[in-house]
Design a protein around this ligand. Sequence first.
Ligand SMILES: *[C@@H]1O[C@H](CO)[C@@H](O)[C@H](O)[C@H]1NC(C)=O
Ligand SMILES: *[C@@H]1O[C@H](CO)[C@@H](O)[C@H](O)[C@H]1NC(C)=O
Ligand SMILES: *[C@@H]1O[C@H](CO)[C@@H](O)[C@H](O)[C@H]1NC(C)=O
Length: 212
Amino acid sequence: MFAYSTSGLRVFLGACVVQCVLAGQGFTKGLAIIDAPSAGSPGHAGSILSVAVEVSGNGAMPTDSAFKLLEVFLLSTESGINLTVASGASLIGGEEGSTVKHLNWVVPKCLDPGNYNLTFYETSIIKGEEYFIITPVSIPIINENPSGQCTGLNNLEAQPQVDSPPSDAPFGNASDFTDSDTPDDGSALETRSIPLLAIMLAGLLSCMAMVA
Ligand SMILES: *[C@@H]1O[C@H](CO)[C@@H](O)[C@H](O)[C@H]1NC(C)=O
Ligand SMILES: *[C@@H]1O[C@H](CO)[C@@H](O)[C@H](O)[C@H]1NC(C)=O
Ligand SMILES: *[C@@H]1O[C@H](CO)[C@@H](O)[C@H](O)[C@H]1NC(C)=O
């Protein structure tokens, strides 16, 4: 009985860990799966913005597929900003052996508050073909006291920029990364939480079935 309930609990917890993580992921049109940030989650000036990208296709990378380059910039047409968050191999080349690449980026205090895009530029070989995929994740920047001049700014081009993603996204339809589902939009929050609750309830029921 005890053995059953522990293994049941383990299955339930395992299922929850896998499904809860999947529920929060954002699928780009390329190989990158964005675990964090989600659209609408704010960056606070002077604090760390956590970026996490799944780079193994959740363990199901198609054949003849690999990243060539994955860079990240913080952009805003409103504020005239193009700031490097990760360039070259600093993100994709880090944490050898890990399927999730992390970045703890300190949001500079020089930024004006407002709407920004945390934009991922991916160059990848997908099923033998090379593609260039741009994914802007819409996030607000909160800054009550902008201070100092931003340095190291890049030239800002008009958005959206031209990319060439594959006609079929490798891991199903790409997610919506615009911030129409910010926390102050109650309806969107609801549709996000209901499946999560359903998944957890299903996990709990299967756990109870195993224990019984
Ligand atoms: C931002 O700067 C990077 C580096 O120069 C460039 O590759 C990218 O196209 C720029 N993005 C925009 C929207 O200007
Ligand atoms: C974010 O990107 C979208 C799509 O490229 C663009 O329409 C929008 O103006 C950008 N937002 C900001 C604040 O730059
Ligand atoms: C992708 O979107 C299309 C059109 O909205 C839909 O018909 C299709 O079932 C979706 N595919 C997946 C894998 O969700």
